[in-house]
Design a protein around this ligand. Sequence first.
Ligand code: FES
Ligand code: FES
Length: 169
Amino acid sequence: MRITTTVNGEPREVDDVWEGESLLYVLRERMGMPGSKNACEQGECGSCTVMLDGLPVCACLVAAGQAEGREVVTVEGLADGSGDERALHPVQSAFVDAGAVQCGFCTPGLVVAAADLLRRTPHPSDPEIREALAGNLCRCTGYGKILDAVRLAAQRCDGRASDAAEAAR
Ligand code: FES
Ligand code: FES
């Protein structure tokens, strides 16, 4: 079957998709977007987290056909600036600055989930951060630096909003 969807703002069309294929498979293997990772393929780890019509989902559990006509945002779509690598999303730069970047499996999902949290809740409490990231598992470390990174991103987003309000006066 043919799937027509929007990924990171770009209309995409993929042919010959088998009914059993996941959105994750289509993103990675058919669209050449390897940012969303396949670690468990069972909805347990969150490494495949993407936004589907503004809601975070495990792309490994979403049938590709469910993305028909809908908007998908992957970790590749978070950075701003058309190729300018310095224009990272605030969550991405905070992960770098706080030393929260871990392996390539867990980090993309954590970044997408954290960005979704700050979009919904600009000033999250620690329990809110923990709850938002509860579906994103790292098998290797504690989550201290990750919490630091989300707090830092929230502060920076807050600062930007204040600066914009000041400039508008
Ligand atoms: S790969 Fe989808 S939740 Fe683990
Ligand atoms: S799973 Fe990525 S560092 Fe632990």
